[in-house]
Write a protein that binds this ligand. Structure first.
Ligand SMILES: Cc1ncc(COP(=O)(O)O)c(C=O)c1O
Length: 382
């Protein structure tokens, strides 16, 4: 149904989702069959066994590929399953460069699962070209970029990293979970592979765990699809349906996430209980200029340091009414959390450890005034 030149919102609603050819249903059916009839051996309609391929999953994969401007999309049971699949392209002795404030789960996967299997890794400040080239080895095959990062909101120049990596024969992966394809198009900036925790903004409603990959190179896509089938961390058809349903409203949700985040940042910037505010939309943010260049807007994630340190941070996260104290992010409801003891506990005592005074907000799409009043009350109380 979609054609070249269709806008983002059109593709979010229609890509991979033509009306069902049998019934005309305008929503792709949740296809539960685990196996598909064959007319003769090897002669089938494109589906054989549901781990290898499933019609609802294919709709999601085509939609994600379209949104990322990619030739190929792959869906997984979680963001970590998608990350695992990409890292399986490495062999013992290969070296991967990761950000020095990578998502804790990414760090854990690289350091504690692939590390013991012989994959070498270095964590560096990817905002610095010198740090990137300084960490380079003959065996470097992959640079793993996250931008903006979780939870420090560091912005990495994707085009710069891609230039450095490609000159040296390595591939670049971008975790686009925080920005989403609506705000940032990594493949158009030179990245080779885009990965998502679709649990977050793509799903958008805190009701489905999933992951996705988008890639242009056919050989890479084939290898990733081989691992997807061979390892089997595939999403259930119902999960694919929920994610597709979420994606339809991605653009309008992201616009509201961004404008609500701006209102929250304005409060934080003037409140005495708040130290540094981390938000790429602030002109003082070190990544502001790069973010302006490579993002449509600055996103719905905001972090800040409580002026009163860890004790104050732990206080504020329990004093909000609308901001729910919970892990995860990117859904319609606002969440607040303490990364050092919650989402990023897995990097405690590592070089990636998070400041215990840090508070992370996932700003939802409730009424901006209510969110500002809620957070102001909690900050006033500490
Ligand atoms: C930036 C980022 N990447 C990957 C993941 C992992 O995704 P999942 O929890 O869906 O496995 C997360 C989860 O929080 C994340 O924030």
């Amino acid at each position: 149904m979609t054609k070249q030149g269709d806008g983002f919102e059109t593709r979010a609603i229609h890509a991979g989702q033509d009306p069902d050819p049998v019934t005309g249903a305008v929503v792709p059916p949740i296809s539960l069959a685990t196996t598909f009839a064959q007319d003769a051996v090897g002669k089938h309609s494109g589906f054989e066994y549901a781990r290898s391929g499933n019609p609802t999953r294919r709709a999601l994969e085509e939609c994600v590929a379209s949104l990322e401007g990619a030739a190929h999309g792959l869906a997984f049971a979680s963001g970590m399953a998608a990350e695992d699949t990409i890292l399986r392209m490495l062999s013992p002795g290969d070296h991967v460069i990761i950000p020095d404030d990578a998502y804790g789960g990414t760090f854990r996967l690289v350091a504690r699962v692939f590390g013991p299997m012989g994959v070498e890794w270095t964590s560096v400040d990817l905002t610095s070209p010198d740090a990137l080239t300084g960490a380079w080895r003959d065996e470097t095959r992959l640079v793993w970029v996250e931008t903006p990062t979780n939870p420090m909101l560091t912005v990495v120049d994707i085009a710069m990293v891609a230039t450095v990596a490609h000159e040296r024969g390595a591939r670049v992966v971008v975790d686009n979970t925080f920005a989403t394809p609506y705000l940032q198009a990594p493949l158009s900036l030179g990245a080779d592979i885009v990965v998502h925790s679709s649990t977050k903004y793509l799903g958008g409603h805190s009701d489905v765990v999933g992951g996705a990959i988008a890639v242009n190179d056919g050989e890479v896509a084939e290898r990733l699809a081989f691992f997807q089938n061979a390892v089997g961390a595939v999403p259930a058809p119902f999960d694919c349906y929920l994610t597709l349903r979420g994606i339809k409203t991605l653009a309008v949700r992201m616009d509201r996430h961004c404008s609500n985040a701006r209102a929250i940042v304005a409060l934080l910037a003037e409140h005495p209980a708040v130290g540094t505010v981390l938000y790429p939309g602030l002109p003082a943010h070190p990544g502001h200029d790069v973010a302006r260049r490579q993002m449509r807007d600055f996103g719905g994630m905001v972090s800040f340091l409580a002026a009163g340190g860890e004790a104050a941070a732990l206080e504020v996260v329990t004093h909000t009414r609308l901001f729910t104290l919970a892990e995860s992010l990117g859904a319609v409801e606002s969440l607040i959390e303490h990364p050092a003891q919650m989402t990023h506990a897995s990097v405690a005592e590592s070089p990636l450890a998070v400041d215990p005074a840090l508070v992370r907000l996932s700003v939802g799409i409730e009424s901006a005034d209510d969110l500002v009043a809620d957070l102001r009350r909690a900050l006033d109380a500490i």
